[in-house]
Design a protein around this ligand. Structure first.
Ligand SMILES: [Fe+2]
Ligand SMILES: [Fe+2]
Length: 329
């Protein structure tokens, strides 16, 4: 308007602003012609509109993937009872890793028909930052630790159903484990950061909802199962809640009348023993429950939990042979 000959008063009235404000803005933003000619510089980056479009698409991918990974379905081919062996925190490279029991459980899981493995996290110590000094306390260095993790994930003979990353796995961004998970046989291994929620779906229509987290929120000095119990009462509904992290074990089963079904809570101790940290904080170490077994029986529409892996394997074998005998009769 000003360039077309309008007065300052006319411009101010048209914009409904004080005359001084209009004059001030005009002075600040009017172009001062340069006394020479500059090149027409190209932009140094892609237009911000394209960055925003890409960020929008990235968010849509992330959201859709997150939704697909939350309460995803694992479809079982038959109605035969199956077992899940929940391996507690392995800490494979720690000098205190209880290899005699770990090897026993690995072999039991590998050799039991219908048994699958699940890892609740803290596969290695994976020291990082100022904690790197703690490698001095263990015989396995980083490369041996990674080889142990590779053996556990890819070569120990366990058919893994899921892996969860614990706080130790996340110290370095979990990059090594994530890369290995993509190479697991010909299939991807489902490997989630901290928690995984999924449903086992059987041909007869039975669904078993399982919520596994490295740990659930909440502690009580009177009840080791406080965290998973809290989640079962106030959080996502599931038939089975499993966690590790605190290096102690426990089993609790109850019928939740508000939810209208049984709920089973399981905490696995893991394999790290003779722990300096525990000793200095006055924690007495448990000697059992390094791993536990849940048997999911679609025919009985029931979950059973066994603190001792050998009891779980025995029960699974018995139920599977009962089913086989019934089919042959
Ligand atoms: Fe741990
Ligand atoms: Fe942990």
């Amino acid at each position: 308007m000003r360039d077309a000959g309008a007065t300052w008063d006319e411009v101010a009235a048209a914009l409904n602003l004080p005359r001084t404000t209009v004059f001030d803005l005009y002075s600040r933003f009017k172009r001062t012609p340069t006394p020479f000619t500059l090149p027409d510089f190209p932009a140094e980056n892609i237009p911000i509109e394209e960055v925003i479009d890409l960020a929008t698409r990235r968010f849509e991918y992330m959201r859709d993937s997150f939704d697909a990974h939350t309460w995803f379905e694992i479809t079982m081919p038959t109605d035969d009872p199956i077992g899940l062996m929940w391996f507690g925190d392995p800490h494979l490279d720690d000098n205190g890793c209880d290899w005699p029991i770990l090897r026993r459980d690995v072999e039991l899981c590998r050799d039991t028909d219908g048994m699958f493995g699940a890892n609740v996290g803290d596969t290695t110590n994976n020291w990082a930052g100022s904690l790197v000094r703690l490698y001095a306390n263990q015989d396995a260095g980083v490369s041996t630790a990674r080889r142990l993790a590779e053996w556990f994930m890819l070569d120990c003979g366990v058919t893994w159903m899921i892996w969860v990353l614990g706080n130790h796995d996340a110290f370095d961004g979990s990059s090594v484990l994530l890369e290995m998970a993509k190479r697991y046989n010909t299939h991807k291994l489902v490997l989630h950061d901290w928690e995984v929620r999924f449903q086992l779906v059987f041909p007869n229509g039975y669904r078993c909802r399982i919520y596994c987290a490295h740990d659930f929120k909440g502690t009580s000095i009177y009840n080791k199962m406080h965290g998973p119990l809290r989640e079962s009462l106030m959080g996502d509904d599931a038939d089975l809640y499993v966690c590790g992290h605190k290096h102690e074990s426990g089993v609790m089963s109850t019928e939740n009348t508000s939810r209208g079904h049984d709920q089973h809570l399981l905490r696995v101790r893991g394999y790290k023993a003779m722990d300096d940290f525990a000793r200095r904080h006055g924690y007495k170490e448990q000697r059992t429950g390094q791993a536990s077994v849940s048997v999911i029986d679609p025919l009985e529409r029931r979950v059973s939990v066994f603190k001792d892996t050998r009891d779980g394997a025995r029960f699974l074998g018995m139920r599977r042979s009962e089913v086989r005998d019934a089919e042959e009769a």
